[in-house]
Write a new protein. Sequence first.
Length: 212
Amino acid sequence: MSAHSVRISVVQISSETKSAGTRARPLSVDARQAMIVEAVMPLLAKHGRDITSKQIAEAAGIAEGTIFRAFGDKETLIEAAIEKYLDPEPLRRGLRAIDSDLPLEEKTLRAIVLMKDRFGEVFRVMAMIGGGRPPASGQRTAYVEIIAEMLAPDLEQLNCDPTRVAHIIRLISFASSFPQLNHNVEFSASDLTQILLYGIAGHPIATQESQD
């Protein structure tokens, strides 16, 4: 073999080795399933259960066969996506992240925004795909406990205990997000915050700046 041929062989081997070393490692089954579920959720919200495996594959950037290897059938994938939609943990994390040292009105507003967004998304998706189970009582209790802890520093400003206030926040957030109850009358999170804190005849507590 000539020196020129040896050099070509060395370059080819080096190139192949580099290519093999940089090739992406295959995803685990759990990671692949999670990736497909994330891709299918926007499709479910838009098209409901009528989505096709082709649409799913294109959204996820995979072959159709990969969907069935990961989930067995489309219905199992849809059920996994529904479970993802109903997962309460993202809302819990958002509520826990609200600083309890913020002013009462700001904390209340942020809690209502999070809960309205959560309920609104769930109602919208459930209307498209049908079915779905109601949240377990433990989930509702968790929301109330988190909000009550957040409101604890404002006990002297409240007319009832923080746990009851937390139930009221959940109640009005839920009701305002349920389309059949609203009759096309929209209530923003700011509207609900004002109604909850000051009713329909009260007024915000004057700030020190407005008193000066």
